[in-house]
Design a protein around this ligand. Sequence first.
Ligand SMILES: [Zn+2]
Length: 219
Amino acid sequence: MILVRMELGMLATNCYVLAEREGGEAAVIDPAGELKRINKALREHGLQLKMILLTHGHPDHVSGAGPLSDATGAPVFIHPHDAEALASRRNLLLGLQAGVRATRPHQVQELGEGDELRVDGLLLHVLHTPGHTPGGVSFHLPGEGPGHLFCGDLIFAGSIGRTDLRGGSLQALLAAVREKIWNLPDQTVIHPGHGPETTLGEEKRHNPFLIGLGRGASR
Ligand SMILES: [Zn+2]
């Protein structure tokens, strides 16, 4: 598996390039801007961009989606509850700071709980994980070694995403973690929207926002 992490834009948003193999198909998760760097990563591995996946609609995650999609023909996938953000003025402003002219992509496809997305032999499962935003999703990739989770601003190493922004809800975020994430294998590698990677087991044990959350979680 090929996994490239880049920190892009003013808010050091993690953008991921994911592929099964050199020369194959690729997914880009949260293209925040700085398209030259994304294109360089694709080129270095000879990858063909197949899809652009957005964990949620905040401008620091989506600003590069429109121009990248329109230049490559790869569709943008976003949950319908966050999709209007693609055309927001804030998105345009933050995009300019990240070196892109954020426009609404021509090809937008909605995704939601239970969807599956294929990148060559990799199968990503879509989990609807609201709380940071109403349309927040996580992409779970089981079966690749320990398993991987791309969760946007749901969980960070030692913290959780803000819930005081428009549409945010702490209750919804904790419910999403308990119901959708908690019972994944502890060794699952979590790739958050900002900051370093971690594991689910590590966060269960040490994340002050999550300790004790599993009590009563369904098995
Ligand atoms: Zn966010």
